[in-house]
Design a protein around this ligand. Structure first.
Ligand code: HXC
Length: 268
């Protein structure tokens, strides 16, 4: 679908996207690039990064891939530094890296719980923390008045409760808290806006293929006000809104882009 936004709304903005080699992260990389941003993507798998960068470059997007695991502080630091060194600034950080699997609370080991907390919550904080130096007003590559912006990809699982997702629910609740607290502190001190996006079920993502067996599709459709599964594009458009000047007064909120699913109940 054609973008409703002007193609230069992110002109000159350098964006670092964790988990940017696939799924929602890759679509954000693509759409940000098509709207003028230069792109750095971070991921653990070199092959995935290489083919994502090739795909972005074939669209005329200035893109780099940097290998790293958000659970490792030294990786977070080196990827942020590489982004600045290769692209000249850091204006937008998108935390899209996540880990997930379906398991009952009874069968989940504490290490399994910790693994997802480490990727989703601690990883998000670590990336924000490493990027602060470049995102704050007056930081390297930036003027003394305007800070950058952060977008954290969340979920809606923790608004209620979700079967076999205690680890992800806890991790995304922490992500939302990180979003609000950084928006408060870094908005006031550094002119950095921090927001989140909570996607519903999105077709063509690892999340949907891992978590939703085919038969749930028809059930979801019955219960959803908008009667459809979302597209990665829907999340990228929300990210464009939040990171461009269109969202310049939005800080500390998490936009729910789920077609109204989380508040739905079965039709009577
Ligand atoms: C039970 C599991 C498990 C499973 C791993 N563990 N998979 N437990 N069921 N299916 C446990 C392991 O037993 C181990 O605990 C601990 O988790 C760490 O497992 P590792 O395999 O060593 O971890 P690692 O290789 O680092 O892999 C991380 C991962 C993996 C999260 C487990 O799935 C991954 O890398 N995923 C990244 C991609 C991804 O998941 N994307 C989807 C995001 S979707 P023990 O105790 O045995 O040592 C998403 C959507 C959310 O986020 C919203 C949905 C609506």
């Amino acid at each position: 679908m054609a973008s409703p936004f002007r193609s230069d709304i992110l002109k000159g903005k350098v964006t670092l996207i964790t988990g940017g080699g696939s799924g929602i992260g890759f679509e954000i990389a693509t759409q940000f690039g098509l709207h003028g941003a230069s792109i750095a993507i971070m991921g653990r798998r070199k092959q995935v990064l290489d083919s994502a960068v090739a795909a972005l470059r074939s669209l005329g997007i200035w893109a780099f891939g940097f290998e790293g695991d958000v659970r490792k502080q030294e990786d977070a630091s080196s990827v942020v530094e590489s982004t600045f060194n290769n692209l000249g600034s850091l204006d937008i950080l998108v935390n899209a890296a996540a880990g997930n699997f379906l398991v009952s609370a009874e069968d989940l080991s504490p290490n399994g719980f910790r693994t997802v907390m480490d990727i989703d919550s601690v990883g998000t904080f670590t990336m924000c923390h490493q990027a602060l130096k470049y995102l704050k007003k007056g930081g390297p590559g930036r003027n003394s008045l305007t800070g950058g912006t952060i977008i954290n990809i969340s979920a809606t699982l923790h608004y209620t409760a979700a079967w076999y997702q205690i680890h992800v629910s806890a991790a995304k609740a922490a992500v939302d808290a990180i979003t609000r607290n950084l928006a408060l502190e870094w908005g006031a001190d550094h002119d950095i806006r921090v927001n989140g996006i909570a996607p519903g079920p999105i077709q063509g993502t690892p999340g949907l293929s891992k978590l939703a067996p085919e038969e749930i599709n028809s059930k979801i459709r019955e219960d959803m006000p908008l009667y459809r599964i979302g597209e990665k594009w829907d999340i990228a458009m929300a990210a464009l809104y939040l990171s461009s000047d269109a969202g310049k007064y939005v800080n500390g909120t998490t936009i729910i882009a789920d077609g109204g699913m989380w508040l739905s109940s079965p039709r009577r």
